[in-house]
Design a protein around this ligand. Structure first.
Ligand code: PLP
Length: 452
């Protein structure tokens, strides 16, 4: 590795960072992470902190998962790459497909289509949903519905169903035929309704209204996260996703669960859909499928959808979609080892237990600091705090205050993620009680600094 002087002098000089203004990255250079172990990362100055971001919602098993590292190394030796396009496959991806089929059986998902990450998984599901209807002779079903505040990656299809202007405005025009429903977000919503159950019903009524307006027979699919993640961790009322499922079924609209962050235990259940008792038609996964150690994803497909494709005699079901790295043997080997560890450690149970402690601790901080307008969580290890400059008007906090809180929290031992007015926490699922205490005490120091 180059020495720290070189790294600091050239930090952000010759690269652009995702989700950042290039000038900001030059003015406030990013933290240079040079090592990691357990649930901790180490920066170029040797400062070690708990990573409450969990990489990027993906390092569920922490940074020291030896079986995954060994599986990657062994697979690189045995077969570093071969394609799964028509005519060839590999041993690792066959084994993985059987494992995923078992893992997702309670969700009714029986087939996998492999991708290189979350955005690819979203794109795949959107495309296969249209194709499903075409195979059935319903060529007019081409539109998509989604939630405001939803995040579905940054490909053009995903950005078009995305519910946050930050990922849309500078890239318009986006794909036509994408329509958005209000999110079940009790802290701020157009209905001025703070009761989660009542709000869920209002959002479901808005969904019904939009379907009537568009015409059900023009809509291919509704895509949603079981718990809105990047949009600020917004868990809906328990009636919401089952309600969406019911409405979609009634109108012949496919339900795509975007579980790029919620699959594999983060919510305290093995999947977000299972958390709410829902079986989707497609499920997008990525991230924790390899613990973030290899770029990989899988779209899981319901048995009923698979049947339509596999029984087709017209040729319309031939899949004209896929990636060079679909079913990459190294990714598949990583995913096999990751799934074994994920199940062996039963990380969903620890996510639920540690998540409850973290959520309680954050609520404790909220009673101490007026700057915390809303605390969201209570479903595994995904939590957020929305910061405001005024509790009554809910005026959004200024960027410099939240940046200071993040900085001081880091200095006191925890990396947290800031997204707009939100501090988002998505730590590894192997977190201990002591790690939870570290996160809370670091945040306490961060909020103290905002008072100064
Ligand atoms: C719900 C959801 N969908 C899709 C994506 C996009 O995944 P990727 O960044 O791997 O393309 C993300 C990323 O955070 C996500 O949270």
């Amino acid at each position: 590795m180059k020495d720290s002087n070189f790294l600091k002098a050239n930090n952000a000089r010759s690269m652009w960072h995702p989700m950042a203004h290039p000038a900001d990255s030059l003015n406030t250079p990013p933290t240079i992470v040079t090592g990691a172990h357990g649930v901790r990362i180490v920066d170029v100055d040797g400062h070690e902190v708990v990573d409450a971001v969990g990489g990027l919602w993906n390092v569920n098993l922490g940074f020291s998962c030896a079986p995954i590292k060994a599986a990657i190394a062994a697979q690189l030796d045995q077969l570093p790459y071969y394609s799964t396009f028509r005519g060839t496959t590999n041993d690792a991806v066959i084994e993985l497909s059987e494992m995923l089929r078992d893992f997702f059986a309670p969700d009714g998902l029986e087939r996998a289509f492999y991708t290189s990450g979350g955005s690819d998984s979203v794109e795949t599901a959107l495309r296969l949903a249209r194709q499903y209807h075409k195979i059935k002779g319903q060529d007019g079903r081409i539109k998509y519905l989604s939630l405001k505040k939803g995040y579905h990656g940054t490909h053009f299809g995903g950005a078009s169903v995305n519910g946050n202007a930050n990922f849309r405005t500078q890239y318009e025009p986006l794909m036509p035929g994408c329509h958005h429903i209000p999110a079940p977000y009790p802290y701020r919503n157009p209905f001025n309704e703070s009761d989660p159950a009542k709000l869920a019903q209002l959002c479901l009524a808005a969904l019904e209204d939009e379907i009537a307006f568009q015409g059900a027979n023009t809509i291919a699919a509704m895509i949603m996260e079981p718990i809105l993640g990047a949009g600020g961790v917004i868990p809906p009322h328990e009636s919401f996703m089952p309600g969406v499922r019911e409405i979609c079924t009634k109108h012949g609209i496919l339900l795509i669960a975007d579980e790029v962050i919620t699959a594999f235990g983060r919510t305290g259940s093995w999947t977000g859909s299972r958390h709410w008792g829902v079986q989707p038609d497609f499920m997008c996964t990525a991230k924790a499928i390899t613990n973030g150690y290899f770029p990989f994803g899988a779209v899981m497909i319901a048995g009923s959808v698979a049947e339509v494709f596999e029984n087709d005699k017209t040729g319309k079901a031939a899949i004209g979609h896929g990636y060079t790295y679909s079913g990459h043997p190294v990714g598949a080997a990583a995913a096999i080892a990751c799934l074994k560890e994920t199940e062996r450690l039963r990380v969903h149970e620890n996510a639920a237990a540690r998540g409850a402690e973290l959520f309680a601790g954050l609520n404790g901080l909220a009673s101490k600091y007026d700057i915390i307008g809303d605390v969201r969580g209570g479903h595994g290890l995904m939590c957020a705090m929305e910061l405001v400059s005024d509790q009554t008007t809910k005026a959004v906090i200024d960027k410099s205050t939240i940046a200071r809180i993040q900085d001081v929290t880091y200095k006191h031992g925890t990396m947290v993620r800031v997204s707009g007015p939100n501090i988002i926490l998505s730590p590894p699922l192997v977190l201990t009680q002591q790690d939870v205490d570290t996160i809370l005490s670091s945040l306490d120091a961060g909020f103290q600094s905002a008072l100064a």
